[in-house]
Design a binder for this molecule. Structure first.
Ligand SMILES: Nc1ncnc2c1ncn2[C@@H]1O[C@H](COP(=O)(O)OP(=O)(O)OP(=O)(O)O)[C@@H](O)[C@H]1O
Length: 601
């Protein structure tokens, strides 16, 4: 997603609006009310100078020659009342439009943020492997917030300002077309300057946002690995890298602000030129009787009021341009974070039959590789019967974890078929496929919250009793009993207050609760000390009892749990025999039986 720094991409605002558009649904009546209020405010702005004009044109003749009459007094009182009424209309309408649009902004942003968050959670894994989580967090939180802020604080005033400018142009054209045309000559200059600067501000803001995303990525990585950072004394090194990136981001931020300030001051200058022209040329038109002095005052007030929105337009252009850069990042995220979707003909996995073993896995001629890399699996065959426990061994990088990714459809084979209980996984709904499986990985994901909530991630509708039973079955009874809060005791983020073995057993409890038909274990005992390892192996033994299990491990005690061992090597599976019975089921030993029908040799 790297982009040239100075390239101006005109579509940023259009893409932002396109991203926001679907989320306006449901806020229509409120937005309509807001627009009505804006129109009322614009009408009040247009009416504002007229009482002054009435007073001037009514009073000047009286001052010049004739004594003050009752008519003039009534005019003065009427003008005073009109000023108050117009001010009240303007204040009421402005309040209403601000509140209405603030609500619309909040509703739209909430929907957009939820949509982006959901999309990211469901995005294909290759997207997540490419992106940094810190950067994604800034997109969901800060970029969406910036679009909202600009929409409410700049988009709404800009709409009111544009409508006011149009209304005033119509009125001054009626009052004195010649004078109006002189003033209108300045308008295009202001608009051209605004458009030109707007593109540059978007470009600088885009860079700034990109750097902020990188900063968040760096900081997120460093905080996540704080123990390593401190062990290796990397604080100073990472700190100076962070400062450098921070300074670059700030420079882009200052550039965007400088461009905004330049645009505002250029607009000021052009407004001054236009006012000078009107004062001189308009006075001459009054002397020639083309307009009254009151109309000249209306003209000059309008000019001031017309150009005030234009000056604000310059200020808001900067904000909107910065928001457009954020909107563009959101649009990029939505475009790239494509979900793995169900086929149109996908069906849920049929329920298991009572008392009949399930979870049979069949790989037939499966070929798969990442991107343009050489295939990891090439024409691989593997047949696992329902209820069978199979250990998969092989050298590092052979593709053992990739096998799990294929079964769970995080990636799709280029060739061949994978079946679960006889159903091609490509034809199953993702939800039903993944509901049928449970995984225990080398590093288990633990979330900040309570123990029960963490276990319940295995089955959201599980009762407290079921959760506690699963915890005890996973040998976490002593953990439950050590706190007066039992299963509701707090667990810190990433489970850092638990031992490695407790974290793994918590994941096992989660898997137990799920009652999966297929269990996938990926090096679940790696990195544990002997005591923890023995406890985890015992808990896994209970979990895998009578359940179809694919087990990736180098742990000899865990290998014993398997009914047979296959080795993944050079893209194919090779039978290695039965642990404890066959003489040499270790990886790398000569194959007893080949299960392959093809592949690299
Ligand atoms: N997301 C990815 N993008 C590109 N290549 C990948 C990706 N994931 C894995 N690979 C590559 O695919 C190959 C198989 O990786 P995999 O993680 O499946 O191996 P493994 O057998 O589980 O290794 P280990 O025993 O070390 O965990 C490796 O060469 C790896 O570099």
């Amino acid at each position: 997603m790297s982009r040239s720094k100075d390239r101006i991409r005109p579509g940023a605002l259009a893409r932002t609006i396109e991203v926001l558009r679907p989320h306006f649904r449901g806020s229509g009546p409120l937005a309509f009310l807001g627009i009505l209020a804006v129109l009322a405010e614009v009408a009040a702005r247009l009416l504002e100078p007229w009482p002054v004009s009435w007073v001037l044109d009514g009073v000047i003749p009286a001052v010049v020659g004739r004594p003050v009459e009752g008519g003039v007094t009534r005019l003065l009182i009427g003008a005073g009342v009109a000023v108050v009424l117009i001010a009240a209309l303007r204040a009421g309408a402005a309040y209403l439009s601000t509140v209405a649009f603030a609500n619309v902004g909040a509703q739209v942003t909430t929907r957009l943020r939820a949509h982006v968050h959901q999309r990211l959670l469901g995005a294909n894994l290759s997207f997540h492997h490419r992106m940094r989580s810190g950067d994604l967090v800034t997109r969901v939180v800060t970029d969406v917030g910036r679009v909202q802020e600009a929409g409410v604080t700049a988009g709404l005033p800009m709409l009111a300002n544009l409508l006011t400018v149009v209304g005033m142009i119509v009125v001054v054209l009626v009052l004195d077309p010649i004078l109006a045309l002189v003033v209108l000559c300045v308008l295009p200059l202001i608009l051209v300057s605004g458009r030109f600067a707007g593109s540059k501000i978007t470009s600088a803001s885009r860079e700034q946002r990109k750097r902020e995303g990188e900063l968040a990525g760096d900081a997120g990585e460093a905080f996540a690995a704080v123990q390593t950072v401190q062990t290796y004394e990397l604080g100073g090194h990472l700190g100076s890298r962070f400062v450098n990136a921070n300074v670059k981001g700030l420079k882009d931020g200052v550039k965007a602000k400088r461009l905004s300030a330049g645009l505002e001051r250029r607009t000021d200058l052009l407004v001054g030129v236009a006012t000078g022209i009107v004062l001189a040329f308009g006075g001459w038109r009054v002397l020639r009787g083309a307009i009254t002095p009151g109309e000249l005052v209306v003209f000059i007030t309008y000019l001031k009021t017309t150009f005030k929105p234009l000056r604000d337009l310059a200020k808001h252009t900067g904000r909107i341009a910065r928001a457009a850069a954020s909107g563009e990042r959101i649009a990029d995220t939505l475009a790239e974070a494509t979900p793995v979707e169900d086929r149109s003909w996908a069906r849920p996995l049929p329920p298991r039959r009572r008392g009949v073993a399930s979870g049979a896995v069949d790989l037939q001629g499966v070929t798969f590789g990442y991107g343009a890399d050489p295939p990891v699996l090439e024409g691989a065959d593997l047949h696992i019967r329902a209820g069978e426990r199979v250990a998969v061994v092989g050298p590092s990088g052979a593709g053992k974890s990739t096998l799990f990714n294929l079964v769970l459809r995080f990636c799709e084979p280029h060739d061949g078929q994978i079946r679960l209980d006889g159903h091609d996984v490509q034809n199953l709904t993702l939800t039903s496929l993944r509901e049928a499986c449970a995984v225990v990985l080398q590093e288990s994901a633990i979330f900040a919250g309570d123990l029960a909530d963490n276990v319940r991630l295995g089955r959201l509708d599980a009762t407290d009793d079921q959760v506690e039973r699963a915890l005890r079955e996973a040998a976490l009874g002593s953990l439950v009993d050590r706190s007066e809060h039992g299963i509701h005791q707090q667990v810190s983020e990433k489970g850092s207050t638990l031992s490695g073995g407790q974290r793994q057993r918590l994941a096992i409890a989660r898997a137990l609760l799920r009652e999966p038909r297929l269990l996938l274990l990926d090096e679940p005992t790696t990195g544990l000390d002997e005591h923890n390892r023995i406890e985890v192996v015992a808990a896994l033994r209970r979990l895998a009892e009578g359940r179809t299990t694919i087990l990736v491990t180098h742990d000899h005690d865990l290998l014993d749990l398997a009914d047979r061992v296959v080795e993944l090597r050079d893209g194919i599976f090779v039978e290695r025999g039965v642990p404890g019975r066959d003489p040499d089921p270790r990886p790398g030993a000569r194959p007893r039986t080949s299960l392959t029908t093809g592949g690299r040799r």
